[in-house]
Design a binder for this molecule. Structure first.
Ligand code: BYC
Ligand code: FE
Ligand code: FE
Length: 476
């Protein structure tokens, strides 16, 4: 059963029963709030936002919806209910009791993973901090802030683990999580995609579709962890994550629908004509998709990884939905990979444990395709022949075996010169970005009104209508 104790930090971990830990987290809290004021959504901290707050882990009723000023949001610490007598489900320790404390020999490896996970959460808030100024509707503005406050809570989730289980090192890492900055030359965030700018709402929707979905799969893999507090923490984080991906999927869908509608009404399909009509042409949507998909593929790490093998062997990190796999030790068998040797593709059999990053990426790719299919159904319904698609996983990679190669979206290898000559057709260039930004010059802040490039959502939030006042401006 979960129970919420009052006090400064809402939680179901009986913080009041551990005064030392409670003091340490209460000392970190002002630093977090300072970071939120400096790096959280710029210009909206005094406004009342209709937000969901996690208040327990009960499947029915874990969330409370109401107006709140973001700095007053109740960021809490919640672990999913314990599974009684939970056993380790994979790797060399399979069948042994799950760990309630960290075995000393695995401390560094676990800390690295918790820190990498924790680092992405504030990074995404930093990346998105200026978007409110150009929101396409109040409904979307509210969704942006919902995502932002929950990424803030995910940071709390990892800081709880660092403070509780990693001693002084953990406390230092918790401070550092507030000191790195997305895109900073000297103190960047740890993983690649979290240093890329998100300057427009199309990027935001692509990010929440593709990059938050990396979050889903990493969290699913960590939910299998032998380290039980990590498993319980990530299981509850996944509950919130679903909404972030919904924001991305429906955001891209609404952009596609609006463009398709204008294409039908005007009978035009040339990008220049559509741009003049104020909507995002489909090839530009495809280029943004190519960018955020490839950046997100990189987040899974190298295809061949001894780190991944060690994480699996030790029980630190499993596969998504480990119970669906027949063999939980993965000591036999290989994974067939197409590697690049001297500019050519070549098949290589990799020991299964060393391919665990790729196994997780496979599950991710399948999940990504589902939304793309929905976007394409919207085009089909309008009788339009254009189809969006996921590029090859060899395209535009910066991590792993394809990092030095140059592949087109079909996965064919090219010379660097050929690739560069054609990259403008595949990835957003300066003129694409300038055009997309030109559609987003000011906030659309009348309830129910949508920017011209974006369709209306099917329904509002928590039974409220689409034209509900989701954000009440302080000065209005
Ligand atoms: N950028 O063996 P390798 C989310 C490093 S998203 C820069 O290939 P390994 C969210 C790697 O650290 C989910 N560096 O990979 C979404 C290693 O460094 P060292 C985030 C990278 O170790 C939206 C070296 O390259 N959670 O929650 O298996 C909004 C070789 O490593 C990158 C996690 O990622 C990269 N992309 O690591 C908000 C889970 N990739 O050891 C939130 C935690 C690899 O040589 N992290 N490197 O210094 C992990 O499980 C693993 O560390 C990785 C793969 C998935 C990152
Ligand atoms: Fe998150
Ligand atoms: Fe998220």
């Amino acid at each position: 059963m979960s129970e919420i104790t009052g006090g400064k930090i809402p939680n179901n971990v009986n913080l009041a029963g551990d005064r030392k830990l409670q003091r340490a987290l209460e000392a970190w809290q002002p630093s977090f709030l300072r970071w939120w004021q400096d790096m959280g959504p710029a210009g909206f901290q005094a406004d009342q936002v209709f937000l969901r707050t996690a208040v327990s882990v009960e499947p029915e009723g874990w969330a409370h919806f109401d107006y709140v000023k973001m700095p007053d949001y109740r960021w809490g610490i919640f672990l999913a209910d314990a599974v009684p007598d939970r056993k380790i489900g994979f790797g060399d320790h399979m069948g042994e009791p799950a760990w309630q404390q960290i075995p000393g020999e695995y401390r560094n490896a676990l800390r690295r993973i918790v820190v990498s996970q924790g680092d992405t959460e504030p990074a995404s808030v930093e990346q998105q901090r200026l978007l409110g100024r150009t929101c396409p509707s109040l409904y979307d503005l509210r969704n942006l802030f919902q995502v932002n406050v929950e990424e803030g809570r995910h940071l709390w989730a990892m800081v709880y683990l660092l403070h509780t289980y990693f001693g002084r090192d953990g406390r230092e890492e918790a401070e550092e999580l507030l000191n790195r900055r997305s895109g900073d030359a000297d103190k960047p965030r740890i993983l690649g995609a979290f240093n890329e700018p998100i300057e427009d709402w199309l990027s935001f929707f692509m990010f929440t579709y593709f990059t938050d979905r990396d979050g889903k799969f990493q969290l699913l893999a960590l939910a299998e962890s032998a380290f039980d507090p990590l498993s319980r923490t990530t299981r509850f984080m996944l509950t919130e994550e679903a909404h972030h991906m919904f924001v991305g999927e429906t955001g891209v869908l609404r952009a596609v629908e609006r463009t398709a509608q204008v294409m039908r009404e005007s009978g035009k399909d040339h990008p220049d004509d559509l741009r003049r009509l104020g909507v995002i042409d489909l090839p530009t949507l495809q280029r943004y998709l190519n960018l955020w998909y490839s950046l997100s593929l990189d987040l899974f790490g190298g295809e061949i990884s001894s780190n991944a093998a060690t994480s699996f062997a030790t029980g630190i990190k499993g596969r998504a939905k480990e119970e669906d796999y027949p063999d939980h030790r993965a000591l036999t068998g290989t994974y067939p990979l197409e590697t690049v040797k001297e500019g050519r593709l070549q098949r290589e059999e990799v020991p299964m444990r060393n391919a665990m990053n790729e196994v997780l990426r496979d599950a991710y790719v399948v999940d990504c395709q589902r939304g793309v299919d929905k976007w394409n159904r919207a085009l089909e319904e309008k009788g339009l022949p254009f189809r969006l698609r996921l590029p090859s996983r060899r395209f535009h990679r910066q991590i792993g075996i394809y990092a030095g190669a140059f592949a087109d979206p079909d996965g064919h290898l090219l010379s660097e010169a050929d690739w560069r000559a054609r990259a403008d057709a595949w990835l957003p260039g300066p003129s694409d970005r300038a055009f997309v930004r030109s559609l987003m010059q000011r906030p659309i802040d009348q309830p129910g009104t949508m920017a011209g490039w974006l369709g209306a959502p099917r329904q509002g939030i928590k039974g409220r209508p689409v034209d509900f006042q989701y954000v009440r401006r302080a000065e209005a």
